[in-house]
Ligand binder design. Structure first.
Ligand SMILES: [Zn+2]
Length: 123
C-alpha cells in the first residue's frame, strides 16, 4: 500500500527525539534506487513503491548516523550478480549494515528480510 507518509513520526520516539525532522521528498519510481539521503542534507528522497516505510527507516538511519558521526560512504559493485552485490555492499560498509538492521527492526518487509537473512547472514 502506498501511504506516502511525509514524516518519521511512526518511528519510536526515543529514536527521533532531539534529531530534528528530515524533509521527506517523493520521486517517481525508478529501477536504480528506492531512496537516498544526501550527505550534509536535511532531505530523504523516496521513490514511489511498496516498502516505502523501510526506505524511510533506512535513510533516516543515515540521517541519524551523520548527526552522531558514523555515516560513511559506500559503493555498489554492479560488475557482479545482484545477490553478490547486495551481500558485498552490506558486508563491506558498516553504516549500510547498520541501516539495514534498523529498517529490518522497524519496517520489516520481504526484501530486507531476504537481504539480511539469506544474503548477508548466510554464506
Ligand atoms: Zn544505505
Amino acid at each position: 500500500m502506498l501511504i506516502q507518509t511525509s514524516t518519521v513520526s511512526w518511528l519510536p520516539n526515543s529514536l527521533t527525539k532531539g534529531l530534528g525532522s528530515p524533509k521527506i521528498v517523493w520521486e517517481p519510481l525508478n529501477s536504480k534506487y528506492g531512496g537516498y539521503y544526501t550527505h550534509g542534507g536535511n532531505e530523504i528522497v523516496v521513490t514511489e513503491q511498496d516498502g516505502e516505510e523501510s526506505t524511510i527507516a533506512h535513510e533516516f538511519r543515515h540521517y541519524t548516523q551523520e548527526r552522531i558521526g558514523t555515516l560513511g560512504k559506500g559503493k555498489l559493485d554492479f560488475s557482479i550478480s545482484y545477490e553478490d552485490m547486495i551481500k558485498k555492499y552490506f558486508r563491506s560498509y558498516w553504516h549500510e549494515y547498520d541501516a539495514l538492521l534498523f529498517e529490518y527492526k522497524h519496517a520489516k518487509n520481504p526484501y530486507n528480510e531476504w537481504w539480511l537473512r539469506k544474503l548477508v547472514w548466510e554464506n
